[in-house]
Design a protein around this ligand. Structure first.
Ligand code: ITT
Length: 191
C-alpha cells in the first residue's frame, strides 16, 4: 500500500493510526483533501465506522481507513458509547463531559468501563474489512494526566494503575482499543 486516507478529523486518532500504519505508506488526511465529516447516523460503532469509510472512499481511489470509537461505562448503560464525541459537544468540552461523568459515577459502585474501537478499511470497491478492538478498565475518581486526548484522563486500563492520560503516548498506543483492532486488521491484510 503506497498511500492511505486516514478518514478522521480527530487529531488524536489520526496520530495513533498514523503510527500504527506502516512507515512506508504515505498517510493522507481528509483536511488536506478538504473533505468534511459525514453525519454519524449509525446505531453501532460498526455501522458508523463503515459509514465513515464509505463516505471518504467516494472522494478518492486510494485505500481508506476510518475509526468509530468511544467509552462504554457499564453503570451508565454503556454510555457515552457511540455518543462519546457528542457528549463533549453537548457539555461544552471533554473536560466538562468528564466532570459530568465523574459526578454521575459518584453514586455508583461499579466503575468498570470499556474503550471500544471499530476500524473499517476499504481497499477498493470489492474489498471492505471491519474489525473491533476493546480494552477493559475502570473510571478514575478524578481527572488525571494531560497526555493523550478525549476521555484518556479518566480511564485506567485493568493492567495499570494510572490513567491513559498519565501514560506515555507510545505506551498507550501499544495497548489501547485502537491497537487491538489494528492487530486484528493486520492478521487479515498487510497494512
Ligand atoms: P471522527 O468521526 O472524525 O473520526 P470523532 O472525534 O467524531 O472523529 P468518534 O465519533 O468516533 O470520533 O468519537 C469518539 C470519541 O471518543 C472521540 O471524540 C474521543 O473523544 C473518544 N475516544 C475515542 N478513542 C479514544 C481514545 O483512545 N482516548 C480517549 N478518547 C477516545
Amino acid at each position: 500500500m503506497k498511500k492511505i486516507l486516514i478518514g478522521t478529523h480527530n487529531v488524536g486518532k489520526f496520530r495513533e493510526l498514523s503510527i500504527l500504519v506502516s512507515k512506508k505508506t504515505k498517510k493522507i488526511s481528509p483536511k488536506i483533501l478538504k473533505i468534511k465529516s459525514p453525519e454519524e447516523t449509525g446505531k453501532t460503532f460498526n455501522a458508523n465506522a463503515m459509514l465513515k469509510a464509505k463516505y471518504f472512499a467516494k472522494f478518492t481511489d486510494i485505500p481508506v481507513i476510518s475509526d468509530d470509537s468511544g467509552l462504554c461505562i457499564k453503570s451508565l448503560n454503556n454510555r457515552p458509547g457511540i455518543y462519546s464525541a457528542r457528549w463533549a459537544k453537548k457539555y461544552g468540552s471533554f473536560n466538562k463531559a468528564m466532570k459530568f461523568i465523574l459526578k454521575k459515577m459518584s453514586k455508583k459502585n461499579d466503575r468498570s468501563a470499556t474503550f471500544v474501537c471499530c476500524l473499517a478499511l476499504i481497499l477498493d470497491r470489492k474489498k471492505t474489512i471491519c474489525v473491533t478492538g476493546k480494552v477493559k478498565g475502570s473510571i478514575s475518581y478524578s481527572i488525571k494526566g494531560k497526555k493523550g486526548f478525549g476521555y484518556d484522563p479518566i480511564f485506567i486500563p485493568n493492567t495499570k494503575l494510572i490513567t491513559f492520560g498519565q501514560m506515555q503516548k507510545n505506551k498507550k498506543i501499544k495497548m489501547d482499543h485502537r491497537y487491538m483492532a489494528f492487530k486484528k486488521l493486520k492478521k487479515k491484510i498487510k497494512i
